[in-house]
Design a protein around this ligand. Structure first.
Ligand code: TPP
Length: 313
C-alpha cells in the first residue's frame, strides 16, 4: 500500500471514532467506549501483513482492528447503538463485538484475556493445517497479567502460529507503564519465552507492517510465536469519561504532532497535489461514515422477546 491508501485506512478509523464519540455525547451509544485515537497505524500496518482466514483478537480498544480487517462500518455503528446488528445483535456493543465472517474473533474487557483466546485460534489452525495465523493485540498494562504469561509460554512451547502485538500507549488506565515494570521496553521480555521480540514505531504503519509481516511469516512456516511491541500514544482518555488529570501539561498537544495522520499530512505539506488528494480522501471518508450512521439508525432494536437468548443461565 502507498501513502494515500494508508491515510485512507487510518482516516476511516479516526473519523469512525470521532463520529462515535459525538453519537455518544448525543445519547445514541449506551455504555462506555474506549477509543484508539492516535493508535490507528498499528491495526492498519499489521492488517496489511494478514490475509483472509487469519484471525484477529483485540481488546475493548479494538474498533481500529475491526475496521482495518474489513468489518462493515454500518454494522459496527448499529452494534454500538444496541441495535439488532448483523454482528452480535446489539448484545456486545463497543467492547465485546466480534465478526466471524471477517475472522475477527473479537474484543473483550478482561485485560489480557485475548491472548489465551488467540492461542485457541492458533492451536486450531495448527491442528487443522489451515495455514492461518492468529494475531492478538493487547495493551502495555496487559503484559503484567498472569494469563498472558501462561498463554505466551504455551504458544512458545507448542510453536503456535501466534503474533502478539503489544500496543504500548504508555498508560494502563491512569498509571504510567514506567511505574509498573522495571524493563525499558516490554519486548525485552521475549527471550524469557524463547521467542523473537521487536519494538517498533507504532505511529508508522510501514514499521508496524515490516515487523508484523516478519512475525506472520515465521508463524505461518511453523516456527512459532513472536512479540511486536508498537510504541504509540493515545490522544484521548482511557474511556469516554476520563478527564485525563494524570497526564502532564502539554503531553497531548505534543502527541498530536506525532500521531500517524498528522505525520502523513506533514510529510505531504510541500506537495500540493498530494495534499489535495488527502483532502479528497477526507471528504470521501466523511461521506462514507455519514452513510454508515444513517444505515445503522435504520436497523431496528432487538425484539424484547429475544432478551433471554444467547445467555447461559
Ligand atoms: C483482569 C482485569 N483487571 C483489571 C481491569 C480494569 N482495567 C480495565 S482497562 C485497564 C487498563 C489496561 O491497560 P493496557 O493493557 O495498557 O491497555 P490500554 O487500555 O492502554 O489499551 C484496567 C486495569 C480489567 N478490565 N480486567
Amino acid at each position: 500500500m502507498g501513502l494515500p491508501d494508508d491515510y485512507r485506512a487510518m482516516a476511516r478509523i479516526r473519523r469512525f471514532e470521532e463520529r462515535l464519540a459525538a453519537l455518544k455525547d448525543a445519547g445514541e451509544i449506551p455504555g462506555s467506549i474506549h477509543l484508539c485515537n492516535g493508535q490507528e497505524a498499528i491495526p492498519v500496518g499489521a492488517s496489511r501483513a494478514l490475509r483472509d482466514g487469519d484471525h484477529v483478537t483485540a481488546t475493548y480498544r479494538g474498533h481500529g482492528w475491526a475496521i482495518a480487517r474489513g468489518v462493515d462500518l454500518a454494522a459496527l455503528y448499529a452494534e454500538m447503538m444496541g441495535r439488532d446488528s448483523a454482528l452480535c445483535g446489539g448484545r456486545a456493543a463497543s467492547p465485546y463485538l466480534s465478526d466471524p465472517a471477517r475472522w475477527f474473533v473479537g474484543e473483550n474487557s478482561i485485560v489480557g484475556a485475548g491472548v489465551p483466546i488467540a492461542c485457541g485460534a492458533a492451536l486450531s489452525a495448527q491442528r487443522t493445517g489451515s495455514g492461518a495465523v492468529s494475531v492478538v493485540s493487547i495493551g502495555d498494562g496487559a503484559m503484567n497479567q498472569g494469563n498472558v504469561h501462561e498463554a505466551l509460554n504455551m504458544a512458545a512451547v507448542l510453536d503456535l502460529p501466534l503474533v502478539l502485538v503489544v500496543e504500548n500507549n504508555v498508560y494502563s488506565e491512569m498509571s504510567r507503564i514506567s511505574d509498573m515494570v522495571r524493563v525499558r521496553q516490554l519486548a525485552e521480555r521475549a527471550p524469557a519465552y524463547g521467542v523473537p521480540g521487536h519494538t517498533v514505531d507504532g505511529n508508522d504503519p510501514d514499521a508496524v507492517y515490516e515487523a508484523v509481516a516478519e512475525a506472520v511469516d515465521r508463524a505461518r512456516e511453523g516456527s512459532g510465536p513472536s512479540i511486536v511491541e508498537a510504541m504509540t500514544e493515545r490522544l484521548v482518555g482511557h474511556y469516554s469519561g476520563d478527564a485525563q488529570h494524570y497526564r502532564p501539561a502539554g503531553e497531548i498537544a505534543a502527541a498530536r504532532l506525532r500521531e500517524p495522520l498528522a505525520r502523513v499530512r506533514a510529510a505531504a505539506a510541500a506537495d500540493a497535489e498530494l495534499t489535495a488528494r488527502l483532502d479528497a480522501i477526507d471528504a470521501e471518508v466523511t461521506a462514507e461514515i455519514e452513510a454508515a450512521v444513517t444505515a445503522a439508525r435504520a436497523v431496528p432494536t432487538p425484539d424484547p422477546a429475544t432478551a433471554k437468548e444467547h445467555v447461559y443461565v
